[in-house]
Design a protein around this ligand. Structure first.
Ligand code: 6PG
Length: 221
């Protein structure tokens, strides 16, 4: 018996709130790394309802489109509008863009900014596209090999399948978390995940880079 997308979002929010609460017992700050897109919106809205010491939580992104944070397709805007409201507005949001014209120019300062946070992250939330991408690790990106192998914190990404330049946390940095969660919905993505689980070519389906480490899968039809 599967749950609704709304109930899934509430269960995910409960798990993430519990993880942050647990880590904040033993450390001063906790880091939460979120993915953008459309899937996480009900999860952000549910998490915003939780009573946490939000002023001790750093919230950042697994990836970002290199657009103004007021643009419709900005992940920063998505997080600000749907998570950083009410009590959760006290969280410290750490964006992945800079005033530089391109992610290549901004990567160093963004990487330094992100590296200063409380790694390992308490939780990294990953999404997945129909092409098996996660964060901005895209199969058709010329930087995929670099993003899968570098020790750098962030990588600038150009992808034929995406309209904007992007910046992504590297796979290595995304692995630096106590908990990894994959949040996805729908039959199409479940089939792609099934294919990913049945093979091992990471360049074909980059989500495979996270199937070997412990991964909680939150899926609803
Ligand atoms: C982004 C996300 C990306 C997302 C997938 C799924 O910036 O778009 O970080 O990796 O998780 O593309 O997006 P949907 O939830 O919109 O299907």
């Amino acid at each position: 018996m599967s749950v609704s997308r709304e109930r899934l979002a509430q269960q995910l929010a409960e798990s993430v709130a519990e993880a942050l609460r647990t880590d904040l017992v033993r450390q001063e700050r906790a880091l939460l790394v979120l993915s953008g897109g459309s899937t996480p919106v009900p999860f952000f809205q549910a998490l915003a309802q939780h009573d946490l010491p939000w002023e001790r939580v750093d919230v950042s992104l697994a990836d970002e489109r290199w657009v103004a944070d007021t643009a419709d397709d900005s992940n920063a805007r998505l997080v600000r509008e749907h998570l950083l409201t009410g009590a959760a507005a006290a969280a410290n949001f750490v964006p992945l863009t800079s005033n530089d014209a391109t992610p290549e120019q901004g990567a160093r300062v963004v990487g330094e900014r992100v590296e200063r946070l409380a790694w390992p992250a308490s939780v990294v939330i990953l999404g997945m596209g129909g092409d098996g991408h996660t964060a901005s690790l895209f199969p058709d990106s010329q930087e995929l090999g670099l993003a899968l192998s570098t020790d750098d914190v962030v990588v600038a990404v150009r992808t034929p399948s995406q309209p904007q330049p992007r910046i992504t946390l590297s796979a290595g940095r995304l692995h630096q978390a106590r908990r990894h969660i994959l949040h996805l919905t729908g039959e199409e993505k479940r089939a792609v995940l099934g294919r990913a689980l049945a093979g091992d070519d990471v360049r074909e389906l980059p989500i495979r880079a996270f199937l070997a480490c412990p991964l909680a899968i939150y899926w609803a039809p």
